[in-house]
Design a protein around this ligand. Structure first.
Ligand SMILES: Nc1ncnc2c1ncn2[C@@H]1O[C@H](COP(=O)(O)OP(=O)(O)OP(=O)(O)O)[C@@H](O)[C@H]1O
Ligand SMILES: [Mg+2]
Length: 218
């Protein structure tokens, strides 16, 4: 696999329902198009994180299918396909590693050498103005700093699909703009970009808007 994967395909949910007990997604059909920023909005508990988890192959739908470029994203084990990168709502960072190591492991998981991964991680942190925090253990960072490390890790791999779950919820306006500009640049590269958000300003800036309520697209 090359370091930068060029995107062309769409991410499609076709009649997806998810019912681990309660019905959390109810017959969701939606297309997240390549080259577009899509905002996914809805009240807390409406199913945004659940939808992104199924779209990205972390969880299997109960019925229906999620596909990227025509192939199912669920690979049978909860590992997302290499084409899909996440900025997770709870960050998913490893507390005892440094900020730079947390970003670098996304590249290591895709076969990049340590030196190369470390250099690219450093550059990704710099995009979010936290290059000076690369050596800090993430348990010593503030909420907004953690969120920016999570953004750096999501973007560093240059994946063709980027699923960002409330990536700006802890940030000041200046840093919100930095993150949105970075996500916009990914879409301009041809990526599928989905941003789950409560922020009307982000919905306004997106190319598409998908709203969800009680597990249904509205
Ligand atoms: N495995 C599960 N079993 C049962 N209920 C679940 C499970 N996972 C999530 N839920 C519930 O599903 C609903 C949707 O959760 P989800 O995290 O997708 O919402 P959200 O829209 O991302 O909310 P927020 O804006 O607060 O992040 C919530 O009521 C949640 O408690
Ligand atoms: Mg959520």
């Amino acid at each position: 696999m090359t370091a930068e994967m060029n995107g062309t395909g769409d991410l499609v949910l076709d009649h997806v329902s998810y019912q681990p007990g309660p019905l959390l997604l109810d017959d969701v059909s939606v297309t997240f198009a390549a080259g577009r920023v899509t905002a996914l909005s809805g009240p807390s508990g409406s199913g945004k994180t659940t939808l992104l988890s199924i779209a990205g192959g972390l969880v299997a739908p109960s019925t229906g299918a999620a596909t990227y470029d025509g192939r199912a994203t669920w690979q049978g084990d909860g590992d997302p396909p290499p084409e899909i990168a996440f900025v997770l709502q709870v960050y998913g960072l490893v507390p005892i590693l440094s900020a730079r190591e947390n970003v670098a492991i996304a590249l290591r998981a895709r076969g990049t050498s340590w030196t190369d991964a470390s250099d690219r991680a450093e550059a990704a942190l710099a995009r979010f103005d936290i290059a000076d925090l690369g050596d800090r253990q993430v348990e010593e960072l503030s909420g907004g700093q953690l969120q920016r490390v999570a953004c750096a890790r999501g973007l560093v791999v240059g994946a063709p699909v980027l699923l960002a779950d409330e990536p700006t919820s802890e940030l000041d306006q200046g840093n919100v703009s930095v993150v949105l500009d970075a996500l916009r640049a990914e879409a301009e590269r041809g990526c599928v970009v989905v941003i789950a958000t409560h922020d009307p300003a982000i919905v306004e800036l997106a190319d598409h808007h998908v709203a969800i309520d009680e597990g249904r697209i509205t």
